[in-house]
Design a binder for this molecule. Structure first.
Ligand SMILES: [Zn+2]
Length: 237
């Protein structure tokens, strides 16, 4: 094994090449919109660059496919529920070093809830979903008061229906659902009325369970739940 350094405009990464010291044909970049970290080949990376050459930065295939490298992105609110199921994973399944929440869950139950939340959200045609990052892209050009738009209430209803999928009140102690719901509600309202993102330059709306009940435990890392990804959903013995 030998190492070579692949260098692009915005990201430098060390890659392993199997046999020699030639420059790696793979490199890693961060999507300029969804912040997804993607490893790709020079060939596909070249295609991504060519398609978005009038924009600055790199975009992942999902964001290119949906036109999020254009002005369209100004109407897209990115949000995720992974702060919730990340919490359930670490507190109801792994619970290593922390007291368990009131109900233990199986890994398959968490996966089922994630699948159910995806199916539920996709019933709303303003919502699209990337299962590799658990990120939802809500298209607010479809939301408003015109005849061909849905009302903002339809967005709130979808969020409630998604939250129901996690069975939160049954598995987390002293949960305060209204506080959790308000985190989504306020951010959605701000984006709807002013196109402002509560997370500021961090574009992704990613509420955690912090301050919404649950077993209080100093030292619990809520940030870890906000960054929860499919690769973290693994068997723990
Ligand atoms: Zn992206």
């Amino acid at each position: 094994m030998s190492e070579a350094v692949a260098v692009r405009d915005i990201e430098v990464s060390v890659e392993e090449t199997p046999e020699n010291n030639e420059l790696s044909t793979e490199y890693t970049f961060l999507c300029n919109f969804c912040q997804r970290r993607l490893k790709t080949s020079i060939t596909y990376g070249g295609i991504y660059e060519r398609l978005v050459r009038k924009s600055s930065g790199f975009y992942c295939p999902n964001c290119i496919r949906n036109g999020f490298y254009t002005k369209k992105r100004n109407d897209i609110l990115q949000m995720t529920f992974r702060g919730i199921f990340g919490y359930i994973y670490y507190r109801c399944y792994v619970s290593e070093g922390f007291s368990k929440e009131k109900t233990s869950v199986f890994l398959a139950e968490i996966q089922d809830a994630i699948d159910a939340h995806a199916r539920t959200g996709l019933l709303n045609p303003a919502f699209s979903y990337d299962p590799e990052t658990y990120i939802w892209f809500v298209d607010f050009s479809k939301i408003g008061v015109n005849k061909n738009q849905m009302g903002i209430q339809d967005v709130y209803k979808t969020v409630v229906n998604i939250l129901v999928c996690f069975n939160i009140a049954q598995v987390i102690s002293n949960v305060q659902m209204h506080k959790l719901y308000d985190k989504y509600n306020e951010a959605i309202n701000l984006f709807y009325t002013q196109r402002k993102r509560t997370e500021g330059r961090r574009r992704l709306l990613v509420p955690s369970m912090q301050g919404c009940g649950g077993t209080n435990e100093t030292g619990f890392d809520y940030e870890k739940t906000r960054n929860f990804l499919p690769r973290d959903l693994r068997i723990h013995s």
